[in-house]
Design a protein around this ligand. Sequence first.
Ligand SMILES: [Zn+2]
Length: 467
Amino acid sequence: MSNVPESTENDTAAAAPSDAAATAPFDLVLRGEQMLTTAGIVAREIGIRDGRVTAIEPLGSGLQGAEIIELEPHQVMIPGLVDTHVHVNEPGRTEWEGFESATKAAAAGGVTTLIDMPLNSIPSTVTVEALNIKRAAAKGKTHIDVGFWGGAVPGNEDDLRGLHDEGVFGFKCFLLHSGVDEFPHLTADEMEADMAELAKFDSLMIVHAEDSRAIDHAPTAEGNQYANFLASRPRGAENVAVAEVIERARWTGARAHILHLSSSDALPMIATARRDGVKITVETCPHYLTLLAEEIPNGATAFKCCPPIREASNRELLWQGLLDGTIDCIVSDHSPSTVDLKDVENGDFGVAWGGVASLQLGLSLIWTEAKRRGIDLPQVMQWMSAKPAELAGLTHKGRIALGYDADFSIFEPDSAQVIDVHQLHHKNPISPYDGRALAGVVQGTWLRGQKIDFTTPLGRMLRRGDV
Ligand SMILES: [Zn+2]
């Protein structure tokens, strides 16, 4: 089965303007039986020049390159993942992650572009000055391409346009306490005012949708019982907040995006809003699609994230939401902290940092679960590469297609691995996936046609609208 809409499209042709140019050697040529292009998984030769895909020809065409890679029959060339939800935490909380370890982990997991969240770093990315500080901190350290979200907080209305002009991909806001005091949340009215501003320059508001008052009325999370923690972050709090985002997007005409959807209850109203023409998109994350509240041991704070991992029935409906197109994409929400802050010794869900580290594992996690459900690899890549690239307006990323950046991995879908958290590139060795057996291994990752070697940082800093 394949739900990739472009699957019938012809993907071949050389982009070179003349026969002479077409026959000149490429910088790199890949040949294989399984190349994931816009025509699906097909036998192709891919020619790369100056970091871009410049030829896609049937296997056997004999494209010549300065370097030639012949894929083995069990290997698939896939586009690099685009992960639009990553907390790198540098500068300010570099002990939680940082650009070097984050981008190495990303590359090892097949991610070639990440967009960094505006909070948990210090300063938060809520002014142009703070954006410049973050760019300076990232410079020379990134092994993949990195872009930045701005933040919308009370009082920075006048900074939004400047941040947009400086190339942020959109603005994140919270509708309840963000987890860090220096990034305060907006009321729904404040969010609406900022949305009206963003609509003027067609920027995007991305929202952590849990309602502050609903959470205040819920039971407290204290103690080591997962059930208590789950009750402290009820679906109702998400549902109310999602409804606010929908209505405020409707009223202002702004584009809005629901981050890390966990409550499947919200899917019907999102689908209805879309039918009404409200400009709303939705993401969910590997932890909501692969883990189950019923299986989380008490005290296992590695599983704590907000909104929380919910019940099996909820998970099934999230998968359904992906398959019917209500949910657009799957991104990590990689939100690590130090092991200390996860309060592993006491296992108190009220005290532990809320965030799951999974940047390196997203593809294998989702592929393992997708395979079990009979969902094919092109569909997975649509959710994890093409769609997030579209969300961020990255028109030259997210596919192996003519003119696109040559960002890709060689993936072995039938190989297996057992996760050892100490072997990951993540800075802090804590993950709910430690010890899990997963299908799918990334054998190597290339950025703009160059192999990522984990020594020489090849990454660039991306700005909205770059081509
Ligand atoms: Zn997040």
